[in-house]
Design a protein around this ligand. Sequence first.
Ligand SMILES: [Zn+2]
Length: 490
Amino acid sequence: MLSKEHRQAKKVYRTLIADLPKNELEKALLKIKQITKPSVKKKPLQLTNKVKITPTEEQKQVLWVLSENCRLIHYFANKERKEWWSKNQHLPKKKRDKENKPSYNKQSKQLPKLKEQYPRYKQNYSKTLQDTLRQLEADYKSFHALRKNGDKNARPPGFKGKHYFTTMHYNQKGFKIAGNKITFTHFYPAKKAEKVDLTFEMQGKLTFENKKVKQVTIYQVHKTKEFYLSIIYEENTPEYFDNGIYQTIDLGLMNIVAAVNSHEGKTITIKNKRVEKYWQPKIEEIQSKRDHCKKYSNRWHRYNDKMWKMIRKQANQRKDFQHKVSKKIVENTKANTIIIGDLNVKAMSESKKNDKKNDKSRHRNMQSSGSIGRFAGFLTYKAEKAGKKVIRISERGTTKRCCYCMQKKNRKLSERTINCDCGLELDRDVSGTVNIMQRFLALLALSQKRLVVRQRLLKEFREKFFSDTQPNVKRKFLHSELGGLATKSN
Ligand SMILES: [Zn+2]
């Protein structure tokens, strides 16, 4: 005879797997394979970091000269492409003049000749010009892809404005990093004695000296006129292995995370910092002041700048908080495998719900699911850096079911606590997280051939989680005829 808990675990196992449509189940099982059989070949992790630099006036002048050269190259190359396109776009594909179609290869081959003709292009480190052309080709590729997908409104890439700093890419070469200083190669002006050194102090905590830097991009934020570097570098990460400890996390808006681990059944929840509560009224006030001014007048610009400054501050605070929380989670969990709900499903169900609502709330919803997505991204790369792994499985139905007895019930978003007929009283997000854990353990069992181990992990987890040592779980059933879990697990 099976014990009551064992029977209950079996029911949970069956229900949480049966809730998944076939395609989601297959997808989830593929993900589980990454744990049991991690890929042998390991690529180094590619990371991007944004670093502020503060050029002197002299350096700014040089940067603008170099950027203008890139802009001109972009202009002529794009003109050539546009002309070809306007001649050929109405022709059927087979009749288009392929021979004279501009390409990166053809255009970059013209660079040496162009430099002889117009010495100004010799001022740039040559890769920056090549990369301008490569970037243009990439932009055309995405334009053609859009057209191919039937987007008739897609327009070919435009020209760059003279007053906008043209972003410059240094690929692998053309820069030197020593300590927190970076030096870029350039040849302006031609006289060596007058040459301005393009060495910048990289502001920020990270050092790149011992890292394999793949690309450095110099760009300017037009609104603030501040200069930044975007640095792409590789980092070797510790090897991942399955240590048998798992952490599931539900990502949400009220609670940025609700998490439970498999080996102790311990939960944590971290409330989201609602930065917009502070900023939104202030932003709206400035916006309304702005809208009462004559458009593009001095006053209008003043308010507009002020408004954007606030919006940026708000975004930065949100981002900082997400960085902190994701770092804390990765550092503190004993698990090597972190499981989160698949966000696509979440976003879809949210948007369906809001179809009838006004644009504003839909917009806010899009924003928030974007914010959850970004948080998941932070979590994923921080985990990978630490030799851990984040996998996503479908969270379909996990918030509707009571995590103890599996009873299904639709609840309003405002109901923050689950009060189930079975006697369980639990925070809704925690219950959702527990269900993600139970589903994960069920899937893990399903992926294993031996029947014996199938429900063991799940049963063990339930014994830990529903025991009376967990402070946040109220179980009236412990003292009723449903009880016994706690006493038997001891
Ligand atoms: Zn229940």
